[in-house]
Structure formats: C-alpha cells, structure tokens
Design a protein around this ligand. Structure first.
Ligand code: HEC
Length: 150
C-alpha cells in the first residue's frame, strides 16, 4: 500500500512538473498573442532603459519603468473568460514571477526618480534575470535554448 502511494505521489509530482514546463504553450492562441504583445512591449522598454542608463537620462527611465510596471496584461486586457483560462492553465508561480517582475519595475522607477545610479543598475539587472528565469521555466517552447537536456 505504501509503495502504491509512493508511486502515485511520484507520478503526481512529475505531472505537475510537466505541466509547469508546458507553461504558456497550453494557452489559447488569443491569450498567447496578448502575452506576446506584452512581451514585445516590455522588451522595447528594457532596450530604451538600457540606452537611457548609459546616458544618465533618469527622467526617461522613470517614465518607461512606470509604463512597464503598469503594463500588466493580466490586469488590463483580458476578458473574464481569458482570466479563468489563465488561472486554469498557468501555474501560480508564473503569476508570482510576473508580479515580482512588475514590482521590480516599480522599484526601478523609484530609483531613477531619485537618480540612484547603483540601484538603477541593480534593479535593471534583476529585471533581466527575471526575464531569463521566467523564459527558462515557462517559455521553453518559444526559447528552446533553455531546454536543459541538450
Ligand atoms: C512571468 C514570466 C515572464 C517574464 C517575467 C518575462 N517573460 Fe517574456 N515571455 C514569457 C512567455 C511565457 C513567453 C512565450 C509566449 C508564447 O509564445 O507562448 C514569452 C515571450 C517573450 C518574447 C517573444 C514574444 C513573441 O513575439 O513571440 C519576448 C521578446 C519576451 N518574452 C521578452 C521578455 C523580456 C525582455 C522580459 C524581461 C524584461 C520578459 N520577456 C519577461 C514569459 C515571461
């Protein structure tokens, strides 16, 4: 009996891991496309912040970081049916990573407002690390370089 339970537990754990790996691949084309739009938007923002960091244009950084902080597809663009879809298909940890990312954007905006150079660099780096962390966990279908078994 114990053995059966163990096997069941192992199976359940590996299934959850597989589900998590699937990440956004399981979403409907509409929701994936919204997510892709959001991603292209934040990618542009990050590129602009980089350019402004090396030029010391802190006001521009503040504006862009606030824009990224607020560009939450989960809040703004989704219909309620799409929200339910996300809840069903996307692991909670994905939403948490996304929330953490937007919080970092807020911290970056704040640091830029007060021209705290080191903190600007710190939060920018942390944001970039979050891009990679999320992609390597939930977007392997889109970025196969992050698949571990190679
Ligand atoms: C919370 C998770 C998460 C975070 C954080 C995240 N991404 Fe993504 N990103 C995804 C997922 C999932 C996809 C794949 C969507 C799909 O095609 O299914 C993706 C796709 C993309 C794409 C491809 C969009 C397209 O046209 O198909 C770009 C570009 C991108 N991300 C840039 C970024 C950048 C830059 C950052 C950080 C500043 C970032 N992402 C942070 C989850 C995330």
């Amino acid at each position: 009996m114990k053995k059966i339970l163990m096997v069941a537990l192992l199976l359940a754990t590996s299934l959850t891991a597989q589900e998590a790996q699937k990440g956004a691949a399981a979403l409907s084309p509409e929701v994936r496309s919204l997510l892709a739009q959001e991603m292209q938007h934040i990618e542009k923002g990050m590129q602009s912040i980089f350019s402004n960091m090396v030029k010391g244009e802190y006001e521009n950084i503040t504006k862009t970081a606030i824009d990224i902080e607020n560009s939450f597809i989960f809040k703004r663009k989704l219909t309620s049916a799409q929200r339910s879809e996300l809840k069903e298909k996307i692991p909670k940890s994905f939403i948490e990573t996304d929330r953490g990312f937007h919080e970092l954007a807020g911290k970056l905006a704040n640091a830029a407002e007060f021209e705290e150079k080191e903190n600007v660099q710190k939060y920018f780096t942390e944001m970039m690390q979050t891009c990679v962390k999320c992609h390597s966990t939930y977007a392997q279908h889109r970025f196969p370089a992050f698949v571990k078994e190679k």
